[in-house]
Design a protein around this ligand. Structure first.
Ligand code: URA
Ligand code: SF4
Length: 458
């Protein structure tokens, strides 16, 4: 098994080309969606491999799918690329093929999100060094900013503007597009502080003396977008300028239902549990068997937060009792902690899966599921008030820390949820998926050390 890390489409394309040239079948390659804590590059493959010939359609599909939050996207794309170049040149036309069906669904989600981004982004006018600067804060479901960069660049070519999202940001100074890091929603939440937050951010990120240009040339071909006259657009922009950013964010979140709409009038633990059993705030409640609420010691010092219930948890209604749960309990035992001392829960309370024959295959939750479900988690934390929260895997990190959370970037930072320290580690199922003995041991070791740290041993 070769572990390859890809953080964006270009990195994936480069790695995929080399792997293909080296004849590595999809089963031999592990794509680590988090950028690879234990990633090693495959140096056996030639980097001068001649580019594989793939249909243009696939490149378009892959460019878009690369913006999806599903960490399996790289593996799925590589599987499709492999099959395209191994005797199935018409694969993309086979809409009923499960792989193509899934990729097309992801593609649809990305296209809708990109469309919404184009429609929803609202700029407000700020002055920076005496110059007009149009600034927008936007929270897309996926990391679609690269796909809409060309649209905004052409549409608003004569102005200076920037669009900031929780994952990344983009600025246009009239000549060049510049990419920068994201800005967590928590920092933008107070509308009256937004100007200051943005100015500090802008100076730190786009100050010409400090710019580290990493042009990600991932734009969509723009031929199907109508060419719009640039100048008459400006009044449109200003029409919404009085809309405060905080309100915008609130309104966008308000577009969707969240678990809060299902809260009981008495917010004690038993009432919450039974209210959560009737939650219908997102689409996951339909196919799943039942809500799997957190459980354990309500005075726990340590709270464990996983992703979502798995197949067994869904059937039996308790968190972490399937294979990942068993591994977690084995690791817990090594620390001397017992399950009864802890509170154990998940970021999302319903099992997300696709049915393949008789099997229910786990699917990671979407950002909208995490957002919809977060009020349950927040309330559990409020009631238990643990001293430490252990985030198991990226979904827990996204729910607790910020939407763009990755283990690679965030695990060494001091993380908090509502003032409570958050220690992030791998999800135990990552250890179960790892096929080589070494990475599995490394992942288990990391989880174990994190649990010990949470106990105050480290
Ligand atoms: N994985 C999780 O994240 N939570 C569970 O409860 C089971 C598996
Ligand atoms: Fe409600 Fe969470 Fe279930 Fe969605 S996943 S229906 S928000 S409990």
């Amino acid at each position: 098994m070769i572990c390859v890390a890809a953080e964006n489409f270009d990195e994936w394309r480069k790695a995929a080309r080399n792997l293909l040239a080296a004849g590595r079948a999809p089963e031999q390659v592990g794509w680590d969606g988090n950028g690879g804590l234990f990633a090693e590059s495959d140096n056996t493959a030639s980097t001068t491999a001649s580019p594989a010939k793939v249909p243009a359609d696939f490149v378009t599909l892959a460019t878009r799918t690369a913006c999806h939050r599903d960490p399996e996207k790289w593996a799925l794309l590589y599987r499709a690329l492999w099959r395209l170049s191994h005797g199935e040149p018409y694969l993309l036309k086979m809409a009923t093929d499960p792989l193509i069906h899934r990729l097309r669904r992801m593609d649809g989600e990305i296209r809708r999100d990109a469309h919404k981004t184009k429609a929803f982004v609202r700029f407000r006018l700020l002055q920076e060094n005496g110059e007009n600067h149009y600034v927008a804060w936007h929270r897309p479901d996926h990391t679609v900013l690269p796909l809409v960069a060309g649209f905004f660049q052409r549409r608003f070519a004569v102005m200076r503007w920037s669009i900031v999202t929780p994952d990344q940001s983009l600025a246009w100074d009239g000549e060049a597009l510049r990419w920068g890091p994201g800005l967590p929603a928590s920092e933008v939440a107070h509308e009256d502080k937004f100007e200051d937050v943005w100015r500090t951010y802008y100076r730190a990120t786009f100050n010409p003396a400090r710019i580290k240009i990493k042009m990600m040339k991932q734009e969509m071909p723009v031929r199907h977008w109508a060419t719009l006259p640039e100048t008459h657009i400006i009044p449109d922009l200003l029409a919404e300028a009085e809309t405060r950013v905080g309100k915008m964010i609130g309104a966008m979140e308000g577009d969707r239902e969240t678990a809060e709409n299902y809260f009981p009038s008495v917010p004690d633990y038993p009432s919450l549990r039974s209210a959560a059993a009737g939650c219908r705030a997102c689409g996951l409640c339909g196919p799943a068997t039942q809500t799997v609420f957190g459980e354990g010691n309500l005075d726990a010092r340590i709270m464990l937060v996983g992703e979502q219930p798995g197949d067994e948890e869904d059937l039996r209604g308790r968190p972490f009792i399937g294979p990942a749960g068993q591994l977690l309990m084995e690791l817990l035992q090594k620390t001397g902690l017992s399950r009864e001392e802890l509170y154990v829960t998940n970021a999302v309370k319903h099992f997300r899966f696709v049915q393949r024959g008789k099997k229910r295959i786990h699917q990671p939750p979407d950002a909208c599921n995490v957002i919809a479900c977060k009020p349950w988690l927040q309330t559990e934390i409020k009631l238990v008030r643990p001293k430490v929260i252990v985030a198991l895997g990226a979904t827990a990190g996204r729910a607790l820390v910020h939407h763009g959370f990755t283990l690679k970037h965030d695990q060494h930072k001091d993380l908090f949820f509502d003032g409570i320290p958050v220690y992030a580690t791998w999800h135990p199922s990552a250890a179960l998926r790892a096929t080589q003995p070494q990475p599995r041991a490394d992942i288990e070791h990391h989880i174990l050390e994190t649990l010990k740290r949470a106990m105050g041993f480290r």
